[in-house]
Write a protein that binds this ligand. Sequence first.
Ligand SMILES: Cc1cc2nc3c(=O)[nH]c(=O)nc-3n(C[C@H](O)[C@H](O)[C@H](O)COP(=O)(O)OP(=O)(O)OC[C@H]3O[C@@H](n4cnc5c(N)ncnc54)[C@H](O)[C@@H]3O)c2cc1C
Length: 442
Amino acid sequence: MRTEISEMAGLTGHTGTGGAAPELNWAGNYRYTAAAIHRPRTLEDVQDVVAGASKIRALGSRHSFNAIADSPGSLISLEDLDPGIRIDPAARTVTVSGGTRYGTLAEKLESNGYALPNLASLPHISIAGAIATATHGSGDANGNLATSVAALEIVAADGTVHHLGRGSSPDFDGAVVGLGALGVVTKVTLDIEPTFAVRQDVFEALPWQTVLENFDAATSSAYSVSLFTDWSGDAVAQAWLKSRVSGAAAAEAAFAGGTFFSGTRATVARHPLPGVSAENCTEQLGVPGPWSERLAHFRMAFTPSSGDELQSEFFVRREHTVAAISELRALSPRISPLLHVSEIRTVAADQLWLSTAYGQHSVGFHFTWKQRQAEVEELLPAMEEALAPFNARPHWGKLFHAEADSVAALYPRFADFKDLAERMDPEHKFRNEFLARKVFGK
Ligand SMILES: Cc1cc2nc3c(=O)[nH]c(=O)nc-3n(C[C@H](O)[C@H](O)[C@H](O)COP(=O)(O)OP(=O)(O)OC[C@H]3O[C@@H](n4cnc5c(N)ncnc54)[C@H](O)[C@@H]3O)c2cc1C
């Protein structure tokens, strides 16, 4: 067995994401309390480590903003496992180690003529970590990243390997967005499609009134649409449109005259934050390029080791979009001073039990906060109260206030998920403080 075990405190300087201190998450706002981290190199090592641990949780690329990944015992990282990327052209799937980052997979797929349907804003996140929290991109017809999962290989609490497939395993829909509570996802099989090209266009200063009157038309104008705002003022600051080039003629027609719902076309590349250089952003100005270099907002080659930001996000049914925006704009005097920027995206409905888009076409209201955590945490209850009439579901990997009782009411299959976790992890090896407070209840 070649498992490496390191004391967390002694890991500073380990080759992590660009040399960040690995006892901290990417944003540096959370310090893991786990005493040790295991870095197995084979599936058998993962099995041994999990079977031998009393408390353990999988750690992805550390991009979550809360304590979800922490463990009162030890952590296990799959970063040292070979990605083992295997494309199956007949099944139109790719199988890859769970610790692999989306950017690594995207490059490999693109060079073989294939594509994933969507990406999140950042390609540096691990695949298993992203699907565990229902991470998403945008697009009316695009499900979140977990909806591309066709099969999972999971090491359960007793060290046994389980294979769950979409359509063939009754527990599959409960296991994909698993919050790390069911086991260690060692392999993920994802749907793929032939590669496609995407152009990215940015429009600026879209009047709120026009956006609200035409929200569905605006978000259906391109394959993926993101609206950036700080909630103050009368206009949405930017709209980022990612259009598949096969649909470029239609996209061009929608953008005719250089305007988009009264917003004007940006003539230089933009960063979502005003005044910040766009050099780390994926190419814009309508230049077509491979999906792998357009669907994320940020380039893979740009690897920030840490971030001067915090994040929260809430999802509501599409029908509630305008009313929810009205509530958030009313809170802008409190939100805007703490905010770098907000992003509004759409996500198609799915059937994954703990997915934030479970059973409903959704709109996500994302907040990139300044690193003023105490003030953000003070504001979150007011925001959640304002969005409560719309049964807003918080992003699992970001900052939110709600606790298990109120979270449970948001998910029709919540009790089924708890039963599944009990079956797969009867000794609660994969539980932590976050799950106790937000999911299982104390
Ligand atoms: C700059 C930035 C941009 C972001 N952009 C987006 C975005 O566009 N859309 C969006 O939805 N979110 C976004 N996020 C949030 C991010 O996608 C999620 O927090 C995601 O879970 C991070 O993945 P990770 O690999 O870092 O997981 P971690 O934070 O390390 O872990 C998250 C969860 O996954 C579990 N997990 C990790 N690996 C495994 C495994 N192998 N088996 C079982 N469970 C596992 C952990 O136990 C934990 O519960 C962003 C975050 C940052 C920092």
